[in-house]
Design a protein around this ligand. Sequence first.
Ligand SMILES: [Fe+2]
Ligand SMILES: [Fe+2]
Length: 246
Amino acid sequence: MALYALGDLHLSFQAGKPMDAFGKVWKHHEKKIEKYAGQIVKPEDTLVLTGDHSWGRKLAECQEDLAFIERLPGRKILLRGNHDMFWDANKTDRLNKEYQGKLFFLQNNFAAYEDYALVGTKGYTFEGPFYLDRRGALAGWDEEQEKRAKKLVKREMARLHESFQQAKAAGYEKFIMFLHYPPTNILEKTSPFTEIAEEYGVTAVVYSHCHGESRFGDSIRGTFHGIRYMLVSGDYLDFHPALILP
Ligand SMILES: [Fe+2]
Ligand SMILES: [Fe+2]
């Protein structure tokens, strides 16, 4: 039994938005997902998909994408990405009822994996716009956007706290924390997300959202304050699910 993660599938069986324009790695990427997940993930394993599943804007436009995910091996757990318009944040329970036994939608709840609780939420990082001076040094940023970002971070933190509390109340002491957005932006060393990870003593923080060579290093990768940080964006992994726990 093993725990794997992979993010940003960006499927578009119905929405007709191929990803080829974003580089060679995206050419027929759905075939790679099918092939590598098929080789790596066993039926008894768990696969967490860390958001940006589908380009469909409504659930009806995501049916084939979600059916594709259902057919991947193992137990599938989905996190909400910034492009997952089909997933109304207030109606996660409804999705979980509809897809019971097929897919599990992770938000304001938790999933058990052996003696670990898997908790997760979309997260948020303030990505600017940042303003640079003539020498390329940081001269400021969009304060309105920053204000908005602070509100979103607060809401996401409340969702995470709720999930950790539910898991603790159920007796779990070991955690893996999943985010769609990276835990920090390019200017930050720490954030409320790294702080909550430390507060609950999580084993690993797993995130995606960063696409393309130039963005892969936007946040923490490797061990920081004793916690393992893993980027699992599909294009970063050439669509091979990453092993989180054996
Ligand atoms: Fe994405
Ligand atoms: Fe994203």
